[in-house]
Design a protein around this ligand. Structure first.
Ligand code: B1M
Length: 211
């Protein structure tokens, strides 16, 4: 078993210490942060996702794996998206109301910060009005919303409508993402941007803030 396979396995077992050690070893062996993230950490999380779906593992196991994932990803933070580009701009980020998933959102934050953007992370279960209040207070260029559940993705439409109601729709771009989100969904709710992964979200946000 190679290092990345072992990393995936330890993540599935929720072994945070082993995950941290293997990520560190991967870095020392010269593997890229993206490779460690995708072929080690995210690969392990995918297996957990499948088992969760099939009722082979339950919420506690998934939470322990999520904790290991966050610990491993934190070690990669300084290396991710550090291509020297330094954008200036502010992004309000959060997982929408009713949704507690934050691993993808945290990756988006890491990648955006790696691009030099200031990210105000409102956390999970964020109601639409909180996104708008923060965008006004911080004079942010982008509101970035994450959702992982088909039952919460419609909250993104509430964010678009709240921005219109508050009169800031022309001043702020609304970016959406998360596993169930597609570009046609974006179009249907009138959001501005959809990105399928954290790295593309950061690249697009940096470009928008420089325009
Ligand atoms: Co949940 N869960 N979960 N869960 N969970 C899913 C999403 C699910 C697909 C599992 C399944 O059935 N196969 C399913 C949703 C089904 C659906 O809606 N159709 C599901 C369910 C049903 C539930 C509960 C309802 C289960 C229950 O209680 N019965 C419950 C809901 C709680 C709630 O939110 N109200 C629940 C709970 C949980 C835990 C708390 C146990 C835990 C979350 C822990 C945490 O986040 N701190 C959890 C987890 C971990 C998952 C899975 C296994 C993994 C999600 C994840 O972190 N993936 C997930 C199955 C799966 O996705 N395979 C599942 C890794 C992460 C890096 O990917 O977040 O997709 P992701 O982020 C990606 C992209 O989507 C993108 O960038 C990242 C990659 O670079 N991205 C953006 C994300 N946000 C973006 C924003 C952008 C741009 C890109 O711009 C703004």
């Amino acid at each position: 078993m190679n290092l990345l396979e072992e990393l995936s396995l330890k993540l599935q077992q929720g072994n945070t210490n082993a995950v941290k050690e293997l990520v560190q070893q991967g870095i020392e062996q010269g593997l890229s942060a993206e490779e460690i993230l995708e072929k080690g950490l995210m690969a392990g999380m995918d297996v957990i996702g499948q088992k969760f779906k099939n009722n082979e593992v339950f919420v506690p196991e998934v939470l322990i794996a999520a904790r290991a994932m966050n610990a491993g990803a934190a070690l990669l933070k300084p290396l991710l998206a550090s291509d020297g580009t330094k954008a200036k701009g502010k992004v309000i980020l959060g997982t929408v109301k009713g949704d507690l998933h934050d691993i993808g959102k945290n990756l988006v934050r890491m990648m955006m910060e790696g691009k030099g953007l200031e990210v105000i992370d409102l956390g999970i279960d964020v109601p639409s009005e909180k996104f708008i209040e923060a965008a006004i207070k911080e004079q942010a260029q982008i509101i970035a919303c994450s959702a992982l559940l088909t039952t919460t993705m419609n909250e993104m439409q509430a964010v678009v409508e709240a921005a219109e109601k508050a009169g800031i729709r022309q001043k702020v771009k609304i970016m959406i993402g998360g596993a169930p989100i597609t570009d046609s969904f974006r179009e249907s709710i009138g959001a501005d941007l959809y990105e399928p992964d954290a790295a593309s979200a950061a690249e697009t946000a940096a470009r928008i803030c420089q325009e």
